[in-house]
Design a protein around this ligand. Structure first.
Ligand SMILES: Cc1cc2ncn([C@H]3O[C@H](COP(=O)(O)O)[C@@H](O)[C@H]3O)c2cc1C
Ligand SMILES: O=C(O)c1cccnc1
Length: 338
């Protein structure tokens, strides 16, 4: 069902040619929404969410029964610069924790009824420190994109992608700074909780990385290779696969949205199948969501990653779709319309 990803240009064209939502289903779902036993608009954004979901699924009365969460993990050479409050070894240790069921995402995936897959990407081979060399070669980046592309279960009906990679808020900040300009400090936040001195170092690393890598980059995919990490590329690959398969996506925090931003830079329609699950406490996430034109469903002060905010928001999508598909119409219930 999914075409093979042979090279980065194939990836770019698949993204640009991917089908949109089903227009007729969108009309039918909007018609149904107008007949449900509530004042028009009384379910607020839940109504838009259900119609959006219906359109992507091609089913005017859908249900969400098979959500999937995929967490990708990778190590970053830039972590050696002292940009995180935790050592790089935590990435691999957390992968073991995911596999043992002990992390937050294990609980949140279960709480929203999602299956959870964990994909560790060459943990013993960190990407290059991008202040010194491009983080990944084009081939390395393609391999990570392919890992994400192949991780999406075509039978799933809602996707959350999450990440684990000590140092990856530095990588994400650099990509955003390269994509959107401004100052390095505008995009650099505290990640796992670095102090003021750490934040100064991190901001300098982001500035130097962008100064060194961004010139001559063709688009967001080029920047993803030069400044990204394997888990960020894999998230981009999975979000793109879901777009081609018409599986709606719930985006997580700053790092996940940065992966999405790389696709958005290639094609403005690339994220039409995605909603923002939440606004994280990472300082640049709000500005990034604005660039992507996405309003978050939740804002709970999370700053974890792992797909945690996305998994939480799956409950909201499920609830929206349950109302849309399960409620009676005015006619069915014998309720007098307005
Ligand atoms: C125990 C632990 C569990 C985590 N789960 C996600 N992250 C989050 O923190 C990291 C990004 O922050 P920075 O760029 O500051 O390293 C990522 O691995 C992210 O997923 C974690 C971090 C830690 C320490
Ligand atoms: O926004 C996020 O997802 C985030 C923020 C801090 C650390 N890890 C992830």
């Amino acid at each position: 069902m999914l075409p093979d990803l042979t090279d980065l240009n194939t990836f770019r064209s698949l993204l640009k040619q991917a089908p949109g939502p089903d227009r007729e289903t969108l009309r039918n779902a909007a018609d149904r929404n107008a007949q449900l036993t509530k004042p028009p608009g009384a379910l607020g954004r839940l109504e838009d969410l259900a119609i959006w979901y219906a359109g992507w699924r091609g089913d005017a009365r859908p249900s969400v029964t098979a959500p999937q969460v995929v967490v990708f993990a990778a190590n970053h050479g830039v972590a050696a610069q002292g940009v995180s409050a935790f050592p790089a070894a935590v990435t691999g240790q957390m992968v073991a924790n995911f596999r043992a069921g002990g992390a937050a995402i294990n609980q949140l995936a279960r709480a929203c009824g999602a299956r959870l897959d964990v994909l560790a990407l060459d943990l013993d081979r960190p990407t290059a420190d991008f202040t010194l060399a491009p983080a990944m070669s084009g081939d390395d980046c393609l391999a990570a994109l392919r890992a994400g592309w192949g991780s999406v279960d075509p039978a799933s009906d809602l996707l959350v992608v999450g990440e684990m990679g000590i140092g990856n808020t530095t990588s994400a900040a650099a990509i955003c700074h390269a994509l959107y300009g401004g100052e390095a400090a505008d995009w650099t936040g505290r990640g796992t909780g670095i102090d003021d001195a750490g934040l100064r170092i991190k901001t300098g690393v982001v500035a130097r990385g962008v100064a060194r890598q961004a010139a001559g980059a063709a688009d967001g995919l080029d920047l993803l290779a030069r400044l990204g990490g394997r888990e960020i590329a894999a998230m981009a690959g999975a979000i793109a696969a879901a777009r081609v398969l018409r599986i709606p996506v719930v985006l997580d925090g700053f790092i996940c949205c940065t992966a999405a931003a790389c696709l958005h830079d290639v094609c403005a329609r690339a994220l039409d199948h995605a909603v923002a699950g939440h606004q994280s406490d990472e300082s640049a996430h709000a500005a990034l969501l604005e660039r992507l034109g996405k309003a978050p469903l939740l804002s709970l002060g999370l700053r974890l990653g792992e797909g945690s905010g996305g998994a939480l928001a799956v409950n909201i999508v499920k609830a929206a779709v349950a109302c849309h598909s399960g409620m009676a119409t005015f006619d069915e219930a014998g309720v007098t319309g307005g």
